[in-house]
Design a protein around this ligand. Structure first.
Ligand SMILES: NC(=O)c1ccc[n+]([C@@H]2O[C@H](COP(=O)([O-])OP(=O)(O)OC[C@H]3O[C@@H](n4cnc5c(N)ncnc54)[C@H](O)[C@@H]3O)[C@@H](O)[C@H]2O)c1
Length: 327
């Protein structure tokens, strides 16, 4: 009864692996270490390799008696996906399809997938529920929407049951500061704010200060990485209990503005965050945050951590690991 975690040496994957193991679950990680780090997997068995390698996947499933999978492995840079789409179709869509095919050959039929709220594009209504139309605005987002559909079809043709978790903005680090995000690969707001606050990057550009929001800046739903990890643990339990294929939003339902993040960082870090005001960026939604009703009723999941905890844990992690896992 082992859980195979693809991408388990990455940011969200490593927090999920740790949580599963703290609950006594057997886990094996499969990661190419393309953007992940062996140190993040701690002492969990780690197989270095590619999800698209069917022979390897089959061998790992046999060697470790794998019965379920959490699939994080993917490329995730939206900008890069528009510059080099082939890299994203190949790894995120083709790689996922090959991975599932190999898993099914090995008899594994329970699958949790890292999807993204970006599948909704710019939502017409907030909070965003799962009933909102799927309308990706980047190659990256399209790879997530396509993989969700691939998984549904494998349900029809082969009996795969899957939970696609549409994450909002993952942030923060483990509460004990053991693992966190490697910010060399991240263009997300919180790492960018922290880097600027620590004098390791230019001032934060605030794109748009004239939005129709209380302080004029854009609003997002930030979710602590340990709360997010818990949604995967609960999804595995849901599938083990016979749950059907479903897609669920994973967000707190609380929207925080760019200035909320900047001001919380200043208060918690005792620093001034250098900022410059810039015009709105094309394609940036004004406001997006989750309607968490369905994830609550389906998994019994509720987030425990606030924006302050996100900022506190991220600040502690980045200030003690300014070079990520290289320090
Ligand atoms: N970080 C966020 O806010 C966010 C939001 C929505 C969705 N997601 C999705 O969550 C997942 C995890 O994101 P993350 O932030 O932890 O990213 P990450 O880059 O830290 O982790 C991805 C991991 O997958 C591995 N990987 C990539 N391609 C692989 C392959 N072909 N074979 C084996 N391993 C491979 C990488 O080495 C890395 O360890 C991704 O699928 C991402 O698209 C992330």
């Amino acid at each position: 009864m082992t859980v195979l975690v693809s991408g388990g040496a990455g940011y969200i994957g490593s927090h999920t692996v740790r949580q599963l193991r703290s609950l006594g679950r057997n886990v094996v990680v499969l990661d190419s270490l393309d953007t992940g780090h062996a140190q993040a997997a701690l002492d969990t068995p780690l197989v270095i390799g590619n999800i698209a390698d069917a022979e390897l996947v089959n061998q790992v499933c046999g060697d470790h008696k794998v019965t379920s999978v959490v699939h994080f492995a993917a490329h995730k840079a939206v900008g890069e996906s528009m510059q080099n789409p082939a890299k994203y179709w190949r790894n995120n869509v083709d790689g996922s399809a090959r991975f599932v095919d190999a898993l099914l050959h090995a008899g594994v039929k329970q699958f949790v997938f890292s999807s993204s709220c970006s599948v909704y594009g710019t939502p017409a209504v907030v909070p965003v529920s799962e009933a909102a139309p799927i309308d990706p605005e980047s190659v990256y987002a399209e790879t997530k929407a396509m993989t969700e559909r691939v998984l549904r079809w494998y349900g029809v043709t082969s009996g795969l049951r899957s939970v696609s978790l549409r994450y909002f903005n993952a942030a923060g680090a483990s509460l004990d500061n053991a693992i966190g995000e490697d910010w060399t690969h991240s263009a997300n707001l919180i790492p960018v704010v922290m880097k600027a606050a620590m004098g390791m990057a230019p001032p934060v550009q605030i794109f748009g200060t004239d939005y129709p929001t209380p302080d004029g800046t854009a609003i997002r739903d930030y979710i602590h990485v340990e709360d997010l990890a818990n949604a995967h643990v609960l999804s595995l339990a849901y599938l083990a209990d016979g749950g059907d294929t479903i897609a669920l939003n994973v967000g707190t339902g609380v929207g925080s503005s760019v200035f909320d993040v900047v001001h919380a960082t200043e208060r918690i870090g005792g620093v001034t965050v250098p900022t410059t005001l810039a015009p709105r960026r094309a394609g940036d939604p004004v406001s997006t945050y989750s309607d968490p009703t369905l994830v609550r009723s389906t998994l019994g999941w509720t987030p425990e951590h606030s924006l302050d905890t996100i900022i506190e844990t991220a600040w502690r992690w980045h200030s003690t690991h300014p070079n990520g896992y290289a320090t």
